[in-house]
Write a protein that binds this ligand. Sequence first.
Ligand SMILES: C[S@@+](CC[C@H](N)C(=O)[O-])C[C@H]1O[C@@H](n2cnc3c(N)ncnc32)[C@H](O)[C@@H]1O
Length: 236
Amino acid sequence: MAGALIGVGVGPGDPELLTTKALRALEAADRIFGPSMAVDAVGRAESIVREANPELRVERLVFAIRRDDQARSEAHRTAAARIVESLDAGERVAFITLGDPNVYSTFHHLARLVIEQRPEVRVDTVPGIMAFQDLAARAGMVVLDGTERLQLVSAVDGPQAVDDALADEDAAVIVYKGGRHLPAIAGRLEDEGRLDGAVFGELLGLPGERVGLVKQYGDAAAAYLATVIVPPRRRA
Ligand SMILES: C[S@@+](CC[C@H](N)C(=O)[O-])C[C@H]1O[C@@H](n2cnc3c(N)ncnc32)[C@H](O)[C@@H]1O
């Protein structure tokens, strides 16, 4: 019988932001896989699931954060092979991911590799609350109003990613994966007159969380799990 694979978003960190639907999907799964840096390291998504329901067991798939494309594809192939093995055994398989499984997530890479080998497998996702939504709530920020737009950018390749987004003054700009470039991003916001009001959230809902203004924290690099929201330039 064809197995089923479900990508489950567990939210950014606070276990209370794991949805009822996500928890039900995890409780109904025969096996839950989660990304981790090493077999003996509890992944962020796994720690959220543990807090939400300590009875649930997560099997770790190792994805060390390496910029080397070949090493990354190799890790994806190994993980997909393990998932296929589990599906072949007739298990209902869940893969947990921080935030939402359809936004900057490893899930779709894995699902593609699985489908290449087992086209009959059904793939579904359960949406998750994203880090920027949690940050907006904690910072008391209205992200969008009226006809304003949203630009969500990844600064993994450098702070220049924010430049085009900032050119649209009616857009809120959300920067993901920019922790190591925070000082350079803060500098660009200042140059464009958009630093005031820009908020920063690091390790949201996790140990070591920091939430505040970019102005306050932008002088040093932050963790990989850091998010910036720049509000649209609002005229009175
Ligand atoms: C690989 S992406 C994962 C995004 C995730 N799928 C989502 O929907 O939010 C990782 C980026 O998400 C953001 N992020 C995820 N969790 C976060 C958290 N707890 N605190 C701050 N930023 C977080 C950071 O910008 C981080 O670099």
